[in-house]
Design a protein around this ligand. Structure first.
Ligand code: SF4
Length: 162
């Protein structure tokens, strides 16, 4: 029985920077250090959907939270959140715990603190998510060695305290 029965939810682009608005990608693919730390500590990784790509595709331009605040986009975020929570329910029924959630700071969709993004707002309406420890990837991650190493340290501590 190898299962550790614990998972971390990550915003889609933590594992796939191809999904971010073109000029804003901060890695070739995954944030590999972050991914490695999560895996090495025995957590499964659940990749959340990328609502912005599903709504506007990969050629979209950067937009603010206000610009995304249309009924169509908010409905999509709620539909995606509901779908995700159905899956999380299955995990929890199987005794797998949701140990933490990794969002994206400053994202109009996936930020969990400051200005909570549309998708995370939809997710936070569910009991399955409330009370789960949260962290947002620094907006400076990948922009400089100092910022990246500083956040890696912070992230490691966060994981160790889950
Ligand atoms: S922050 Fe959210 S919406 Fe934006 S690219 Fe990442 S996963 Fe997609």
């Amino acid at each position: 029985m190898l299962r550790a029965n614990k998972v971390i939810l990550v915003s889609h682009c933590v594992l796939n920077q191809n999904s971010v608005v073109h000029p804003l990608a901060r890695a070739k693919g995954a944030f590999d250090e972050i991914t490695k730390m999560i895996a090495e500590m025995g957590f499964g990784i659940v990749q959340l959907p990328c609502p912005e790509t599903l709504f506007l595709g990969l050629e979209r331009s950067p937009m603010s939270k206000e610009e995304y605040a249309t009924p169509e986009y908010i409905t999509l975020c709620h539909q995606l959140a509901q779908r995700e929570v159905e899956y999380l329910n299955l995990l929890q029924q199987g005794k797998v715990s949701i140990a933490g959630i990794v969002g994206i700071d400053q994202s109009p969709t996936c930020c969990q603190y400051n200005e909570v993004g549309h998708f995370m707002m939809a997710m936070q309406q569910y009991d399955e998510i409330n009370g789960v420890p949260k962290i947002d990837m620094s907006e400076l991650y990948g922009e400089s060695v100092e910022a990246t190493e500083g956040f890696n340290e912070k992230f490691k501590l966060w994981l160790e305290n889950l």
